[in-house]
Design a binder for this molecule. Structure first.
Ligand code: COA
Length: 145
């Protein structure tokens, strides 16, 4: 069974880099707010190896009226480990943490290619598609906790 641990931001880069920023400088894996005390990073370990990461930031989006909002960022499963439910297990851990932190809504900017995954996890699309730099088309998605 995979094991989930809270990890420092620096340990997420080994997965963020090849999956989310391939071919780009490793500094592009650092996100504003990574080291705030209100941010939590999760690592999923399979037989002792880091296979997937995701991070939860306390952050508000103007589309939602709620006071307690959390943003999912840096969701990434190493290619060799994709399709083994590790993404789903990480989302469940993130939601558990968010609920314990009294979150009313979890939202994020989803890559177009990943929206089907998040819909399976019960997230809904809102608003119009938009571009993020070189990464491409994104949609805001959310779930009420
Ligand atoms: C998208 C990602 C996080 C999904 O994680 P994963 O571990 O591969 O997915 P899981 O095995 O947990 O999939 C759970 C379900 O979602 C489905 N699914 C997975 N990826 C999907 C996708 N891109 N589109 C539609 N459905 C998808 C699976 O088929 C599975 O469905 P099932 O329950 O009916 O069998 C992962 O593949 C990834 O890191 N991709 C590249 C980076 C990326 O796009 N990150 C998201 C940035 S917003």
């Amino acid at each position: 069974m995979p094991e989930i641990r809270e990890i420092p931001s620096s340990e997420t880069y080994a997965v963020r880099h090849p999956v989310l920023r391939p071919g780009r400088p490793v500094e592009t894996c650092r996100f504003d707010g990574d080291d705030l005390s209100s941010t939590t990073h999760f690592g999923l370990y399979e037989t002792g190896e880091l296979a997937a990461v995701a991070s939860l930031f306390q952050s508000k989006h103007p589309a939602f009226p709620d006071h307690r909002q959390f943003q999912l960022r840096g969701m990434a499963v190493l290619e060799d480990y994709q399709g083994q439910k590790f993404g789903q297990i990480l989302i469940e851990a993130i939601e558990d943490k968010a609920r314990r932190a009294a979150a009313e809504v979890v939202w994020f900017n989803a890559r177009e290619v990943a929206t089907g995954f998040y819909e399976k996890m019960g997230y809904k699309l809102t608003g119009k598609p938009f571009q993020i730099g070189e990464i491409g088309t994104h949609y805001v998605m959310f779930k009420r906790m």
